[in-house]
Design a protein around this ligand. Structure first.
Ligand SMILES: [Zn+2]
Length: 165
């Protein structure tokens, strides 16, 4: 298990506040915003969180720049997005033998506006006090996972995702 290292949230907030939307740039293929992509189709892109607090921490996003979950997605668009969340949840369960799969939509109008779902596998054996929000919070540090290991994780999840049609 990689160790969690302190994360400078203020510097992160400053950099994303002035940067273009990182998800739109990833979708466009801008190499400055490259992430380890797990899967994508016409409407959805799925990739590894660059600042993971858990191994396999995945983001699921509409490719179109949508911000408001309640007002900018039709019921069908929402359900299609959720079908990807469920499918990648099943893939994460397989790859990481996770005890729980955490799912949530966060984001900020002051930072990362583009709608995205966090899907993160909680390993078995984490003490209760370190589960749930504590396991997800970058304030508790982020994992330092070498890029080639992130690439391997993305490949493993991608294979499991593809097997779960
Ligand atoms: Zn965007």
């Amino acid at each position: 298990m990689s160790e969690r290292k302190p994360f400078d949230l203020e510097a992160y907030a400053r950099s994303v506040a002035t940067a273009p939307c990182f998800i739109c740039e990833l979708v466009k293929g801008n190499p400055d915003f490259a992430h380890h992509v797990i899967a994508q189709d016409e409407d959805t892109i799925i990739f590894l969180n660059k600042y993971p607090t858990l191994r396999g921490y995945t983001l699921v996003c509409p490719k179109a720049h949508r911000e408001d979950l309640a007002e900018e997605l039709s019921p069908n668009e929402y359900l299609r997005l959720q079908s990807h969340v469920h499918r990648v949840s099943r893939a994460l369960k397989t790859v990481f033998d996770a005890e729980r799969i955490y799912v949530l939509s966060l984001g900020s109008q002051q930072a990362n506006k583009h709608l995205h779902f966090h899907v993160a596998p909680l390993p078995k054996g984490v003490p209760l006090a370190q589960q749930q929000y504590q396991a997800l919070m970058a304030e508790n540090g982020v994992l330092q996972i070498p890029d080639e290991e992130m690439a391997a994780i993305a490949r493993d999840i991608s294979a499991a995702y593809a097997a779960r049609t």
